[in-house]
Each structure stands twice: as structure tokens, then as C-alpha cells.
Design a protein around this ligand. Structure first.
Ligand code: AMP
Ligand code: ZN
Ligand code: FE
Ligand code: FE
Length: 289
């Protein structure tokens, strides 16, 4: 088993990069990609632990992208150079925007009589990307809510009193940043775009023009019919098929580490295609079969 979509404490997961690799090793996973939001801060630690535990760690990142639809667009980057100066500069700039937003969210909470501590929110995020899940945890700790999901429902989700948009690159900018850093750009969880089948096709054509090379067909919350449609699209547009759980530790307790690839997909093929950045790389030769 492999898992190409995971989060650590470098963003809004609850396991450190090392703990994540340890869990992968315990579960018998051969490879994971660490795809934290707006940061590659956990990659070095994960690579090192991966070496020790014999789990292949693929350096990754997940970027939000603004677009003109109503769902969320996330772009995954695989095999990015996690020391690339331009990537590091842009990600650190994004994280600074996140801190400003978190401070504003905290101010709004204060205004509506929920004086959660801004320092605690930043402390929970540590050196990583601060986001609404950290605000949610601070609310939970203080007893304003009974669960993270209640925090989102009452205060933090879109339309709720303390919701604030996050700064995001356009899809073209996100894909370009990943590509410039040596990575392969993949559309994450297409179901969250909430597009009709034709709408998704048109959207993919635009993203492909911008440099997209893969689609996350397998994801914890994709149902069978979505999976089969995304597989068709991947074939039609020669996109690399990827799969991941979107594991966040106890921040999303229902998501387990280890992608359910339905046994249909050749994991080695998937890894090779991502490594080389195209679907043709994985074509098997007669002797390999
Ligand atoms: P942010 O990047 O700060 O906008 O926060 C986005 C993160 O919050 C993502 O990991 C989401 O999956 C998570 N999230 C969004 N809605 C909820 C919810 N209702 N319950 C728990 N986590 C959520
Ligand atoms: Zn997340
Ligand atoms: Fe995502
Ligand atoms: Fe994710």
C-alpha cells in the first residue's frame, strides 16, 4: 500500500513528520508523499525517517488555488525540490498571509464574545502553516466547543461569523510554482470542485494548459462512480493517476493512513509515472511482464 496525500504538524496534521513515517512503516506502507499545506517544512525530517524505516518518502506540497467556481481547488505538487529558493520564498510569503488571517479570525471571535487566545492559536501551529484547524483546536481546549467540527460549524466554515477567505494563488500560479521547483502538479480531490462531468472536463483542459500533469483519482471521500469517472478523464487527457487518503491525524479522525486504490492500480507504475512526470514512463515492456 502507498499513500500520496498526507499532512503532518508542519501544517494541520497532528502527527509529526517522523510519527507519520513511523505509522506508515507500522502499517506496512512502502511509500508516502508528505503534502502539507503551503509548506515543505516537514520534508527533511520525513525523508530522514523514511530512510531509517525503509519507507519511500516523496517530497510534496498542497496549495490552494483560487478559481471562479464555488468549491475548493487544491493542487498537489510531487517531487518538488524542497530546498528550492524560489519555492521556499513563495511558501514563506503564503504562510505570512496565513498568520495575518489567523489574527483577523481571532479578532472576529473576540468581537462576538469568544475571546480565544491568539497566542495559543499560533503556538498550536508552531513553526508550521497556521489555519482554521488550529483556531478550532484552541476553541476546543478552552471549552467554547465540544469538537473541531462544531468549531467549524459555529464559527469557522464559509459563511460562519469568523470565516475569512485565505489568500490563494491562481491555478496557473500554483502549477507554475510547483513546476519551476521541479515538481509534478496534480489536481487534488476533484470532487471538491463540485463540477458537473462536462464542467470538470473543461476545467481540466484549462489546468492542463497551465501545466497540470495528474489527477487524484483515489481519495478517501470519492465514491465508486466518481472514481470511475476520474479514471476515464485521466485516460482521455493522459493524466497521471494518483491516490491518497488526506490523512490529518486526529484533526480528521475518520481518515486513515493508506490510500484505498481498489487493487486496480499498479502502485509501482503510479510511482514511476510521478517520478518521471508523465504517464508513458510507466509502460511495461514484454520482459517486465
Ligand atoms: P484553512 O487552510 O485555514 O482554510 O483550513 C482548511 C483546513 O480545514 C483543511 O484541512 C480542511 O479540510 C479543514 N476543514 C474544513 N472544514 C472543516 C470541518 N467542518 N471540520 C474539520 N476540518 C475542516
Ligand atoms: Zn489540511
Ligand atoms: Fe486538500
Ligand atoms: Fe490535503
Amino acid at each position: 500500500m502507498i499513500d500520496l496525500h498526507t499532512h503532518s504538524t508542519a501544517s494541520d496534521g497532528t502527527l509529526t513528520p517522523e510519527e507519520l513515517v513511523d505509522l506508515a512503516a507500522e502499517k506496512g506502507l512502502r511509500a508516502i508523499a508528505l503534502t502539507d499545506h503551503d509548506t515543505v517544512g516537514g520534508i527533511s525530517a520525513a525523508l530522514e525517517r523514511g530512510n531509517q524505516r525503509r519507507v519511500l518518502v516523496i517530497p510534496g506540497v498542497e496549495l490552494g488555488a483560487c478559481w471562479n467556481g464555488d468549491g475548493e481547488m487544491h493542487i498537489l505538487g510531487y517531487h518538488v525540490d524542497h530546498q528550492h529558493p524560489f519555492l521556499l520564498d513563495r511558501l514563506s510569503w503564503l504562510r505570512a498571509r496565513r498568520r495575518e488571517r489567523a489574527e483577523k479570525i481571532v479578532s472576529r471571535l473576540h468581537e462576538i464574545g469568544v475571546p480565544v487566545s491568539g497566542d495559543r492559536v499560533l503556538q498550536l501551529a508552531g513553526s508550521g502553516s497556521v489555519g482554521r484547524p488550529h483556531v478550532a483546536r484552541a476553541l476546543l481546549e478552552t471549552g467554547y466547543v465540544q469538537s473541531v467540527s462544531e468549531a467549524f460549524d459555529r464559527y469557522l466554515k464559509a459563511g460562519a461569523p469568523a470565516f475569512l477567505e485565505k489568500f490563494q494563488f491562481t491555478s496557473a500560479e500554483a502549477i507554475e510554482l510547483i513546476t519551476i521547483s521541479g515538481g509534478v502538479a496534480v489536481l487534488a480531490h476533484p470532487a471538491t470542485l463540485r463540477l458537473s462531468p462536462d464542467g470538470l472536463g473543461a476545467c481540466l483542459e484549462q489546468l492542463i494548459n497551465e501545466g497540470l500533469r495528474g489527477i487524484e483519482v483515489y481519495w478517501s471521500k470519492h465514491d465508486k462512480s466518481e472514481i470511475s469517472y476520474y479514471e476515464q478523464l485521466a485516460t482521455r487527457y493522459a493524466l497521471i493517476i494518483t491516490g491518497g487518503s488526506d490523512f490529518h491525524g486526529s484533526n480528521k479522525p475518520t481518515l486513515e493512513l493508506g490510500a484505498k486504490l481498489n487493487g486496480h492500480v499498479d502502485e509501482a507504475y503510479m510511482l514511476r509515472a510521478l517520478q518521471r512526470g508523465n504517464t508513458l514512463a510507466g509502460i511495461r515492456t514484454a520482459e517486465a511482464n
